[in-house]
Design a protein around this ligand. Sequence first.
Ligand code: C2E
Ligand code: CA
Ligand code: CA
Length: 594
Amino acid sequence: MFARWSRLWNDRRARVAAPVPQAIGDAAFHNTQSGIAQWDAAECLVAANDRVAAMFGLRRECLQPGLSFRDFIGLSVETGHLDGRDADEVYALAMPLIRRRTPVTYDEQLSAGRVLRVAYRPLDDGGWLATYEDVTEHQQAQAQVAFMALHDSLTNLANRALLLDRLQEALARVGEVAVLFIDLDRFKEVNDTLGHRAGDMLLRFVASRLSNSFRQSDTLGRLGGDEFAVVLTPGSHEAAAAAARQIIDVLGRRFEIDGHDVTIGASVGIALAPADGADRDTLVKNADLALYAAKADGRGTFRFFEQTMQDRLRVRRALETDLRSAIALQRLELFYQPLVSTRTGTVAGLEALMRWRDPDRGMVPPSEFIPVAEASGLIVPLGAWSIERACADLALLPPHLRVAVNLSAVQFGSDALLPTVRDCIAAAGVAPGRLELEVTESTLMHDTARAVAVLDALRAEGVRIAMDDFGTGYSSLSYIRNFPFDKVKIDKSFIDDLGQPRGSDAIVRAVAGIANSLGIETVAEGVERLDQYRRVAAEGCDLVQGFLFSRPVPLEDVPRVVAAIDAGAVVPRSDSARPALTVVGSGRNHVLVS
Ligand code: C2E
Ligand code: CA
Ligand code: CA
């Protein structure tokens, strides 16, 4: 090392220093962030600025005019700045570029991950000007941008775009590929109850458990929300099934989030190439269909794609198309089913139930078309129509009768709901208290704070709110306390169970008792027989709805049906299980006096 230094020092002799290359102004030469060095036709240094020394870890004195380019490289290798490379090799690579006598730029990898952008520009005297720019940060930022464009920022997994790319590549490379779509089963509940931060944390945990379950060669990605996907290459039927079992197993284990024990679970849909589709888009679509079927099967299961899933989708699409035209052609009607008071034995109100009368399909039941309307968004105009129709019909009914309209969760989430309700009541000129809106627990579950606000706003309009299908959800009893209901409808499943050993008698009694103490009316749904009627009346239900009294009927049949029930044709007046009570006061604070 010392020998080389002294030799370099002596080499200075003949050269007269020309500190600043002619091509560059003095200020620019010294002040720039770039390293600049001018070399002559004999490959000897004419001048270099301090940045060059700093970039290659050289002492300033080394860069004296006359230093040969080969020695400059040698010194840089010795300081360890050229990443342990061989000086001869670096020289042998650089010289052909310089001798080309056209400007060239390339990136030189330095030690410690640093990157120098090197540019050689030929000069008229046969020499060249070299500029060096440290682009490490710039490159890192670019790499970061490139990474972010292809990865999900929350989990660092591949995003949808990258996953699809990898799938495309895999299809071109190998014959057998499996695409697994994964959906978390109870993610929404965690997000809703523990908050978004906990939800994000859970997604990261899920990502890391999944990452640990797969090989590097398999691409794991997050498609968005709580949906993940894996591309297995090669992906046989057996390998895919094993992977799905593994996914369901690892995601079914307990997570600890913010001190809470959280158990979710996962459903998996699988499509295999080439059997289920040779191209990317078909495979993705079919994996999605399989996932949909897996979810419909219940939680924690996986399904392979089957052609029948495709057929079902086609049937559904056709139904949606027909529903659209049914709406346009006004083929939808409201039927009405009476709610009968157990106290008086007379009709207190009616529930409006939608009917679709189709010339080809016949009567399509709401259980078939409401889900399609919800999935397609058609439920918003359809629901608005039913509110409008019900209000108009209310105006034709005797003033002591109320009408209840079902609200879907999608409608409930729409800002149009409140103005629609207000306008329909006003247009029909009916008392707002005669309109009742039925909501289910699932409607309220998604965003409880907003749900309470919407219910309060509706009640402020004077509209009554009923909780439908009570008991089929999760946290039923707390819902009665936390939401402003006027009425609770106990689900048919409890009524079916009455009188059985370990039947639901006690549950019905408890619900009726709690509701009563809170001033909330109770309805027993789906009462088909007289014995059921007697039981629910004895347990304290205020109202009864069911085929025992009447099936849902068109508006024109309502007067006849109501008159028959009121006259005691179904349940003789004497059969009223509860002693006659007199209502003192009104609304939520009513007091019952025997
Ligand atoms: P739901 O709101 O629980 O309505 C009660 C359902 O039970 C009605 O079925 C009714 O015909 C049926 N039902 C009443 N009494 C009895 C009985 O004694 N035995 C039996 N087996 N069934 C009885 P429907 O009309 O087929 O409606 C089914 C569901 O479709 C409704 O359940 C409701 O969730 C939905 N739906 C109906 N109309 C509308 C609507 O206008 N908007 C929305 N969003 N949903 C609606
Ligand atoms: Ca209902
Ligand atoms: Ca119901």
